[in-house]
Design a protein around this ligand. Structure first.
Ligand code: SD4
Length: 335
């Protein structure tokens, strides 16, 4: 019997309705298809912050604390992500990030604001502890979107960022061990711990950012999905935002975050949109769903949210004024 993709989608969606329930927020409803006109006036719920992985909770909490102090949403996104970048024990973001195959830490980051549809990003940035701040500066202080490599570092230094050693002793020792184990073609180590943070404020304006050291032991010069607009992050102030974590190559070949936002524009809830995008990619990709290692979070203008992935154990954090917690995301498998 041939499978019916729509039935499969609905079946998978139905299984996840319970996901993401939190005091003060309606869980993603797999059956209703809210349009912006129907969106509840959810000022009781907004602001809402959602971030990837369990360490995203501290990031979301810092973002909320920032706006509660009276600072702006861009400050909230930047402060939240900076917290993660400064954590040397996180080996996929900022200081302590996993180096490339040559033992050099190269960082990617992106910043996007719904109002004005503005974006800035950096790729392959070396020696700078806070790439998210550099991405924001690219957005705010240049008329470019993406700076890479030496030029990105020069710009960061001009913006007052010191050049520091990002390779911690732990990361160096792990790299030495990895290098010693390589024979011919180095297999890529798949660490998936990028921080992606999305936020919608009381007015329904949407913002996002993402920061990562990318795939562990990647080839020098490799840039992932994270700083590529529409792949690792996309924000559309009329609709919502989406962001990714996982194997960037499998996200950027499909403009994964853009795809999710477009599904939301077509009426899907954030949860439905994440699932639809993963199913779309899995249907097309020769790797098959179990090898894709792609994970997404999404939020819409009303403050509804969703998260789904193909990596076992993918979690997301959600913070509102009422509650802050880490949740298991919906995991899609071949079965
Ligand atoms: C990358 N997507 O560079 C990033 C890595 C990642 O969780 O998300 N890790 O491919």
């Amino acid at each position: 019997m041939t499978s019916n993709p729509r039935r499969e989608f609905l079946k998978k969606s139905a299984a996840v309705v319970a996901c993401g329930s939190i005091a003060g927020i309606s869980p993603p409803n797999a059956w209703s298809s809210p349009t912006l006109a129907d969106s509840p006036n959810s000022n009781a719920v907004r602001p809402v912050f959602i971030a990837t992985w369990n360490f995203g909770k501290a990031v979301c909490d810092e973002a909320l604390a920032t706006i509660q102090r009276g600072d702006s949403m861009p400050d909230a996104i930047e402060n939240g992500i900076r917290l993660c970048e400064a954590d040397a024990s996180n080996n996929s973001v900022g200081i302590g990030g996993t180096p490339n195959a040559d033992g050099v830490v190269q960082l990617d980051a992106v910043f996007m604001t719904g109002p004005g549809h503005r974006a800035g990003s950096v790729g392959g940035l070396e020696g700078i502890a806070h790439p998210i701040s550099v991405a924001r500066a690219v957005m705010e202080k240049t008329n470019h979107v993406l700076l890479v490599g030496a030029g990105a570092q020069k710009f960061a230094v001009e913006q007052g960022h010191p050049v520091v050693n990002l390779l911690t002793e732990n990361s160096r020792v792990a790299w030495e061990k990895w290098k010693a184990e390589q024979v011919v073609q180095p297999p890529v180590k798949d660490d998936h711990d990028t921080i992606t943070l999305l936020g919608v404020d009381e007015k329904g304006d949407i913002y996002g950012g993402c920061s990562t050291s990318g795939r562990g032991y990647k080839l020098a010069g490799r840039v992932g999905d994270s700083p590529i607009i529409g792949s690792g992050l996309y924000v559309d102030n009329h609709v919502g935002a989406a962001g990714a974590t996982g194997i960037g190559e499998n996200v950027m070949r499909y403009c994964g975050s853009f795809l999710i936002v477009e599904f939301m524009r077509g009426g899907a809830t954030p949860q439905q949109a994440c699932i639809k995008a993963i199913n779309r990619i899995a249907e097309m990709d020769p790797l098959g769903i179990d090898k894709l290692e792609i994970n997404f979070i999404a939020i819409n203008k009303a403050g509804e949210f969703g998260a789904a992935g193909t990596s076992k154990g993918f979690q997301y954090a959600l913070t509102t004024r009422e509650a802050s917690a880490v949740h298991d995301a919906t995991i899609l498998t071949a079965k």
